[in-house]
Write a protein that binds this ligand. Structure first.
Ligand code: G3P
Length: 217
């Protein structure tokens, strides 16, 4: 499963990219606002740090506006993926941009039939929001399983990008459900390494090693 970082903070992204484990980045208008940066500059800098797909979201709500913003964003760097909301206009714009060779990440997906429509509109990524469904008392992970099944039934090539990830367990379950990618807040990515038995195991090995008085080099 590909791992993306959900952030527009360049320092956070540099730190995560140093792991060598990061395949891409997702941003949204809230994350750009939080970064305090000008969008074009921030996206250009992020695209230079991470060579994989970098999602940059349009904010227009009409088709023509989405197309204009999408084409503008796609010109920032070759690895920009234009993010559009799962609305009727968003899917119309998705069809046009996809036909032009611009990759589109259809975001704010909350149902399997929405994901079906996004695939039919040529989306490169579909972003189901797991955490926000969980917030409503609905099992967000069931949506990932349903989309996987539908896409496999009809051999849609749209990549499932599990989003609104709130825990390490969300990452585990998304991987088990066959999600193609998951986008994580930096703190969840950092937490993936952690297991108390790893920490105590390292500690015990080092203690025993010290008792030998040896050095490897
Ligand atoms: O990738 C989507 C993500 O930014 C939304 O996450 O935690 O605001 O639901 P959250």
């Amino acid at each position: 499963m590909q791992l993306f970082i959900d952030s527009a903070d360049v320092a956070e992204l540099r730190a995560a990219a140093a792991s060598g484990l990061i395949d891409g980045v997702t941003t949204n208008p809230s994350l750009i606002a939080k970064s305090g940066r000008k969008m074009k500059e921030a996206i250009a800098e992020i695209c230079a740090i991470i060579p994989g797909p970098v999602s940059a979201e349009a904010v227009a709500t009409d088709v023509e506006g989405m197309l204009a913003e999408g084409r503008y964003l796609a010109r920032i760097a070759p690895n920009v993926v234009v993010k559009l909301p799962l609305t009727e206009n968003g899917l119309r714009a998705c069809r046009t941009l996809s036909d032009e060779g611009i990759r589109v990440n259809v975001t704010l997906c909350f149902s399997a039939v929405q994901a079906l429509l996004a695939a039919k509109a040529g989306a490169y990524f579909i972003s189901p929001f797991i955490g926000r469904l969980d917030d409503k008392g609905v099992d967000g992970m069931e949506l990932i399983r349903e989309i996987r099944c539908i896409y496999d039934n009809y051999e849609y090539q749209t990549n499932i990008l599990s989003a609104s990830i709130r825990s390490v367990d969300h990452v585990r379950l998304a991987a088990l459900a066959g999600s193609d990618c998951a986008t994580l807040p930096p703190k969840i990515f950092a937490a993936l390494y952690k297991h108390e038995l790893t920490d105590s195991g390292v500690e015990a090995f080092l203690k025993d090693w010290a008792s030998t008085g040896q050095s490897i080099l």
